[in-house]
Design a protein around this ligand. Structure first.
Ligand code: TYM
Length: 332
């Protein structure tokens, strides 16, 4: 079976609606057709300071949300990045074939490092895309299901795969980003030109998977729209309304133009009530199941250890080929 691989950082106590609609929903769908690998990139999380106890807790919570959202650990491989040391080993090799200029052009690095300035930005933030390329190329996947903001990183992984294959002989599958038609870019509810993210300025713009239903409904009902009253899809002119339509489309599976036709002549209030109901009913079971799974952290750790062993079977094979192809002396 063809493969897919993807990951989500354990950088908060809960995933948000962007993670869910931009990635997790799509991951779940791929499981029928693909041999799927999903992981928690805890090594990526430490590119910015993390409290150790919190990191551990967030790693478990993130994995629990994957399972609660529909990742089936019987069919797919679910693991934690740091438990598969081959990721760091391959990352080094890929770092050595990446150009400094190429790495400097990564927009996520530019955004994140611009906040505190280059002097204080960690080097890990700079080499992060090479670690991500290692995560991906290690499993020889055809597809990488991600939201739109990861497109450039997947593009770098493709470039590095091609470069490596060209220099050292066919080694890696060149993967494609699988980006969903709706939900690939969910915006902040209070600031709908900014993508929804855990680091958003105000929690009012953020919907967390683990938020209580009434909190979710309230935030959607207070979403910023505009002073107009027409429900139309126009990313530039009506970013708030368009975001709500995108969310509803991603949750219900109905195309945006159908939704726009349905809401003709209706008020923003109607749309908001429907979005709130749809999001709450989608997230509530995920929330409940996550909380149940977190009641038994030992069982969760056991599932993750099993996943890491499965991942290592594939990872060690790729790494061995890579080491041989670059000219490292083989162990006896
Ligand atoms: P991360 O943890 O920031 O996000 C996880 C997934 O959620 C998607 N996403 C969104 N989709 C739609 N709207 C949004 N507002 C939104 N915010 C986030 C992301 O596109 C992503 O698919 N570098 C990655 C983690 C990673 C990874 C990998 C992913 C590390 N190694 C290998 C794929 C393959 C990241 O920080 O995603």
């Amino acid at each position: 079976r063809p493969r897919v691989l993807s990951g989500m950082q354990p950088s908060a106590a809960s995933l948000h609606l962007g993670n869910y609609l931009g990635a997790l929903v799509n991951w779940v769908r791929t499981q029928d057709q693909y041999d799927a690998f999903f992981f928690v990139p805890d090594m990526h999380a430490i590119t910015v300071p993390q409290d150790p106890a919190e990191l551990r807790e967030h790693t478990r919570r993130t994995a629990a949300q994957f399972i609660a959202g529909g990742i089936d650990v019987e069919r797919s491989t679910l693991f934690v990045q740091s438990q598969v040391p081959e990721h760091a080993q391959l990352a080094w090799v890929l770092t050595c074939i990446t150009g400094f200029g190429e790495a400097s052009r990564m927009t996520q690095f530019k955004d994140k490092s611009s906040k505190g300035g280059l002097e204080t930005a960690g080097v890990g933030l700079f080499t992060y895309p090479m670690l991500m390329a290692a995560d991906i190329l290690m499993y020889q996947p055809q597809g990488v299901p991600v939201g739109d903001d990861q497109r450039q990183h997947v593009e770098l992984a493709r470039d590095l795969a091609n470069r490596f294959n060209h220099r050292f002989g066919e080694t890696f599958v060149v993967p494609e980003a699988f980006i969903p038609e709706s939900g690939a870019r969910i915006y902040d509810l209070q600031n709908p030109t900014r993508k929804m993210s855990k680091s958003s300025e105000s929690p009012a713009g953020l919907i967390n998977i683990l938020d209580e239903p009434k909190v979710i409904a309230k935030r959607i009902k207070s979403a910023v729209t505009d002073t107009d009253t027409v429900i139309a899809y126009d990313r530039e002119g009506k970013p708030g309304v368009s975001n709500l339509l995108d969310i509803l489309s991603a949750v219900t599976g109905r195309p945006v133009d159908q939704l726009v036709a349905d809401y003709e002549g209706k008020m923003y209030g109607h749309l908001k009530v429907d979005v709130a109901d749809a999001v709450v009913s989608a997230l509530q079971p995920v929330r409940e199941r996550t909380l149940e799974l977190l009641d038994d952290p030992a069982e969760l750790d056991r599932l993750l250890a099993t996943g890491a062993a499965k991942a290592r079977d594939v990872a060690s094979e790729t790494l061995e080929t890579v080491y041989r192809n670059v000219g490292f002396l083989q162990l006896g």
